[in-house]
Design a protein around this ligand. Structure first.
Ligand SMILES: NC(=O)c1ccc[n+]([C@@H]2O[C@H](COP(=O)([O-])OP(=O)(O)OC[C@H]3O[C@@H](n4cnc5c(N)ncnc54)[C@H](OP(=O)(O)O)[C@@H]3O)[C@@H](O)[C@H]2O)c1
Length: 293
């Protein structure tokens, strides 16, 4: 099994990929150094320079990096596209030129959210800047005469409390007695970040090519995911007062209207020999035990 370059190895998914790959992984970081990481700032470094200095030739480059906050993309469409579209395309062109297969991390926001369970054959129809930027990169890849993988993820979660994992953030909210106001009409396919990382490595090791929805099997609203955590915490600590309230996604003052149902059909991934994902119920039970026993 060959080495794999993780461009954006200091991020939430990148760190999980690094743990999964072990000694096969070569990670880059930008502002947050990781052990044995290579510095890569897309605004000033070309990936080809980094690749040419590497003593090991990776088979794949997983391109996870980017400015991934939809609000940032909406506020600064030009600046965010510089990172998320132009620099990412340049990095993937450098990978292809070096004979490395690019694995691009895309999103469920490539769809408009008017209905869920979309599969890989359906046309993209983004309604946000973030989604449109991902589609621009996907379209560029489609026109390349070289193998590639597009891994579309939905909500990545874990019990980590110091990153953008909703479950970890809700643990903080519960412990601090803060209100958890969650949309009942924002639906996604949440998956444990480590399951997504492991599936991406399995796709690489199966020499898969094409688009894959690398997401959980359960379509859930944000509210229902929060409720799953709350109920497992309440089972352990019935006297704890938890303030979970229901809302609609369009009640929140986002710069763009967020898509409603971006759940993904994962049948194509499941048809491969890919290890199954943790259920959100089991994950919430573990998180509740860890923090509230
Ligand atoms: N998180 C989710 O729920 C989710 C859902 C669907 C799809 N995705 C996709 O999955 C991928 C990974 O997401 P994530 O949550 O792991 O993101 P993340 O935690 O925000 O990580 C972003 C990574 O990009 C690096 N980076 C940012 N700007 C850079 C620049 N100018 N040059 C070089 N590197 C730069 C960061 O490096 P430093 O931290 O070192 O600065 C970090 O390693 C993204 O493409 C995202 O669109 C994520």
């Amino acid at each position: 099994m060959r080495s794999v370059l993780v461009v954006g190895g200091s991020g939430y998914l990148g760190q999980s990929l690094g743990r999964t790959l072990g000694s096969r992984g070569i990670s880059t970081y930008n502002s947050k150094p990781v052990p044995n990481g290579l510095h890569f700032d897309a605004s000033e470094t070309r990936l080809r320079d980094l690749i040419s200095e590497m003593s090991i030739e990776p088979s794949h480059a997983v391109v996870t990096y980017g400015a991934i906050n939809p609000e940032f993309c909406a506020r600064d469409p030009v600046g965010s596209a510089q990172i998320n579209v132009h620099s990412v395309i340049e990095a993937m062109r450098d990978a292809i030129d070096a004979g490395i297969v690019p694995v691009f991390l895309s999103t469920d926001y490539v769809f408009d959210g008017t209905r869920g369970a979309r599969n890989e054959t359906e046309s993209t129809c983004p309604t946000t800047q973030y989604g449109a930027q991902k589609v621009a990169v996907e379209e560029w890849l489609h026109n390349q005469n070289a193998p590639w993988i597009i891994a579309r993820a939905s909500k990545l979660v874990s019990g980590a409390r110091d990153t953008h994992s909703v479950l970890g953030q809700w643990v903080n909210d519960i412990q601090d007695g803060r209100e958890m106001r969650c949309a009942t009409d924002q639906v996604f396919s949440p998956a444990l970040v480590d399951d997504v990382a492991r599936s991406i490595v399995q796709l690489i090791d199966h020499a898969a090519i094409g688009i894959f929805h690398v997401a959980g099997d359960e379509a859930m609203s944000r509210y229902d995911l929060a409720k799953t955590l709350v109920e497992t915490v309440e089972d352990l600590t019935p006297t704890l007062s938890i303030n979970l309230t229901a809302a609609k996604i369009h009640d929140f003052p986002f710069l763009e209207k967020r898509p409603l149902d971006t759940s993904l059909d994962t049948a194509k991934l499941r048809a491969l020999d890919i290890t199954s994902f943790r259920s959100m119920k089991d994950l919430c039970t573990d998180i509740a035990r860890e923090h509230f026993s």
